[in-house]
Design a protein around this ligand. Sequence first.
Ligand code: NAD
Length: 373
Amino acid sequence: MRIGIVKERRDHERRVAATPETVKRYKAMGLEPLVERGAGIAAAIGDEAYEGAGARLVDGPEEALACDILLKVQRPTDDETARLRSGQLLIGMLDPYMNREQVEAYAEKGLTAFAMELLPRTTRAQAMDVLSSQANLAGYRAMVEAMAAYSRVLPMMMTAAGTVTPAKVFVIGAGVAGLQAIATAKRMGAVVTATDVRPAAKEEIESLGAKFVGFIPKDAATAGGYARPLTPEEQAEQARIVAAHLESQDIVVTTAQIPGRKAPRIVTAAMVAAMKPGSVILDMAAESGGNVEGSRPGEMVEIGGVRILGARNLPSKLAPAASILYAKNLSNFVQLLVSKDGKLAIPFDDELVKGTLLTHDGKIVHPNFRPAS
Ligand code: NAD
């Protein structure tokens, strides 16, 4: 069975779905890895490294796209989807909630498509959890970019010329990315506060030495461990607390997400207007609707002296590190799908397969995407 890796062709994407290390793992599983020439170069992996690991290099995407298993970072382009054929496995971050028509196209094509973002967040799934591996790096990068846009310093500095006070950093949403943003700001010596709506997040914030600000609504965490949308009353209560806190903050990083929905709007234009000039806000949710009014993905807007940065594919900006972790996640997942002798043996009853399998045998099989009958 051949397993294909192509160069990612979507804008602003520098990551790659396999590394020389995972190519070796696929060989050990009895698979035959094919890598498009140049697939890893934006992630600092040269062709010769793949070749040295045992991959067959191919010119152009065609042959790799035709493999029994196709590994992707982002969902295929329309052009790539058109070239896929019935029975192929497609594995990647397929972003199905935002691209339902493409899910139908996978079914029509007869693809066995797995959306890695849908992986249940269980202990067993941790080694395959692409959301965690990428969000962790994104949270770090978000704080680095916010620091770079901030024209003062983070740590307290006591010098002969006087003392510089430490920056006040506020992180909204303390999931995987938010916790890493908090840890990064703490390492830089900032005074860090954070908020979230899940009770577990409060403890995690405090365990990093940051202070919790906000309130925890009743039953705000779903069974899957995610946050639920807040009621209008809860939103108003949160807005009151956040607005009062923002006025004194220097750097704000927002990470709040609700899976399958538009990101909650937490920082309004009025709150931005009340912040100090020179403050910086980085909206990590800019691509999924934005936590901050006025943020735009990939851009910096300045309103009343407050800089608002809209994040766009932060893991791609750390492509070498992000690819190593992502590729490892995928290889752990592929291991689940092949038998000892390198044959396809998909355990359809496995909760990790059931959780991620979008389409199979010409049908949409995932309960969240099946058409209403
Ligand atoms: P996410 O990206 O879905 O959301 C980011 C954060 O925003 C979350 O902490 C969420 O609670 C918060 N949020 C949502 N709405 C908010 C609002 N209105 N105000 C403030 N904060 C809001 O989250 P994630 O980082 O993917 O983590 C989701 C869950 O998965 C967490 O419970 C995490 O601990 C869990 N998890 C478990 C494992 C595991 O292996 N067991 C691994 C990774 C993550």
